[in-house]
Ligand binder design. Structure first.
Ligand SMILES: [Zn+2]
Length: 274
């Protein structure tokens, strides 16, 4: 056992004492059980800002500060205000892949309209042989997912023979995702080492997330990336993590409150993301 000294606001201290009395336990074991629940579940939690369906409807003004998002995860993907590029979150850093092909390491604080992150902890690992397409890569990953009904984080590392990505160009407020995707820039990279940052979302989550696989890419030297459209590789390493807590933080103001989010966004998402 380790002794921990804590400074608590008096109101919280009072609540802890009352709850300990109510549960017939000591404050020490109450705090230990709260901490273990919090720390244990953090490794299985996907934390998301806003919904994919609202992006489809053109809701893409900032909803959460980058510094706040990073408290919830060090690995994930998302987009920027006015859909200005593709977001990659890797090892606790946020990268912005812009439509001119450049990659910016964003160390400033700014507001983010949509993102999904987790604390990445590899639970399973496997080697992947040659894959001729993104579709093939996804099929190989399928075998390592235990169920269709939980979320997964996937980190795929290696040398890619070819990599095709896209980055959306900044659009005016209210532009739908499908319209924005029409002016996207596509990039073809060859013999590029890097990481795929992937989230797999169950079909039932389609109003919230991009159902199925969603991969963003970042090269090892952090100069190339984007939303992955296709790739080819001879050998890759995949780390996988199951996520069974799905924490969605909805924007409490702005156009999210007035947008019509009653439509099924699945077709529009498939069109914009594939
Ligand atoms: Zn994407």
């Amino acid at each position: 056992m380790t002794a921990l000294t804590m400074t608590l606001p008096p109101s919280l201290d009072e609540l802890v004492r009352q709850l300990a009395i109510k549960r017939g336990t000591s404050t020490d074991s109450l705090i230990a059980s709260i901490l273990s629940r919090e720390l244990g579940s953090a490794t299985h939690r996907l934390y998301q800002i806003s919904t994919a369906g609202s992006l489809v409807e053109g809701v893409h003004e900032g909803a959460i500060w980058a510094s706040e998002l990073l408290k919830h995860g060090d690995f994930g993907l998302g987009t920027f205000q006015n859909l200005n590029g593709e977001m990659v979150i890797l090892e606790g850093s946020i990268y912005q892949v812009l439509a001119d092909g450049t990659v910016k390491h964003r160390e400033d604080d700014f507001k983010i309209p949509f993102a999904a992150v987790c604390q990445f902890k590899e639970e399973g690992r496997f080697a992947m042989g040659a894959v001729a397409s993104l579709r093939e890569l996804e099929t190989v990953c399928d075998a390592y997912r235990e169920t269709q009904n939980l979320f997964y984080a996937l980190r795929v590392v290696g040398l890619f023979d070819t990599m095709r990505t896209r980055a959306v160009r900044a659009v005016s407020a209210g532009t739908s995702l499908v319209r924005a995707a029409k002016s996207q820039r596509e990039f073809d990279f060859r013999n590029v080492e890097g990481t795929l940052i992937g989230i797999w979302s169950p079909p039932y989550s389609k109003a919230f997330s991009v159902s199925g696989y969603h991969f963003h890419f970042l090269s090892k030297d952090r100069t190339q990336g984007g939303h992955v459209l296709d790739c080819r590789a001879a050998a890759l390493h995949v780390g996988i993590q199951t996520l069974w807590e799905y924490d969605v933080n909805l924007p409490e103001n702005g156009t999210f409150l007035t947008a019509d989010l009653s439509k099924d966004p699945a077709d529009a998402l498939a069109k914009a993301e594939r």
